[in-house]
Write a protein that binds this ligand. Sequence first.
Ligand code: NDP
Length: 249
Amino acid sequence: MRLANKTALITGGNSGIGLATAKLFVAEGAKVVITGRNKETLAAAARELGPNALAVVADATDVAALEAAVGQGADKFGKYDIVFANAGIPGQTPVGGTTLSAFENVIRTNLTGVFFTVQAAAPYLNDGASIILNGSVISVLGNPGYSAYAASKAGVRAMARVIASELSPRGIRVNVVAPGAVRTPIWGAAIATPEAEKMLEARIAKSTPLGRLGEPDHISKTVLFLASDDSAHLQGQELFVDGGATASP
Ligand code: NDP
């Protein structure tokens, strides 16, 4: 039980990497507050997670909703020891085909939403807490079509260092987990059928030294490491969990 008596906030805790992390945290003894926009999937996740979980509808782009959710979670389970700012959306359009609203939507969710999640949680954090932000290999790879997404995730890395230095006096750590391609609903049509999923797997395998698509638990286990005292001296860093995708030329 590496997280006994700990309380965690996980945005986007009703799907993919966030849900896998919520399950692992509960199994490790934590109480978890999960947020997202979708009431039904949040309720289903809460049922699956059991009595040590609270699901609250909160759009990460709505500061008042974030503040309310964070407060509600703290009322039920006490102050937070862990925040996983994980909620995010994809965005893949070439420069010429990107509208202002599509660009802003990605930045607002993946960057602004992460910042205001941390801001909303800050008054409710125990000293010594661990904040983990979800980044992406796309922030360094330059894949075509990802201008807004890459910018949002590079912003997350830069922001983590600033917040780390601001919160260090309270012993609060801030680090980034940067996944490579992971099998989650974020891939939409690319995993909608078994054939499409096989094609995606083959494509990712080619550009990944370990030759496979990542699984949510590859990321959740790294988030557990960053959340626990095992990473007690890790501050302002980014861990790429990508099967070697950023390590190969
Ligand atoms: P999912 O689509 O499975 O999960 C995304 C989560 O974010 C959902 O729980 C969703 O909940 C939530 N979310 C999205 N927008 C908002 C919003 N405005 N307000 C609140 N919640 C929101 O994808 P993943 O698990 O893959 O994604 C999790 C994170 O991992 C993202 O930040 C993503 O960028 C990052 N990542 C994923 C990779 C991958 O290949 N899967 C690779 C690199 C990074 P709801 O729909 O209910 O709002």
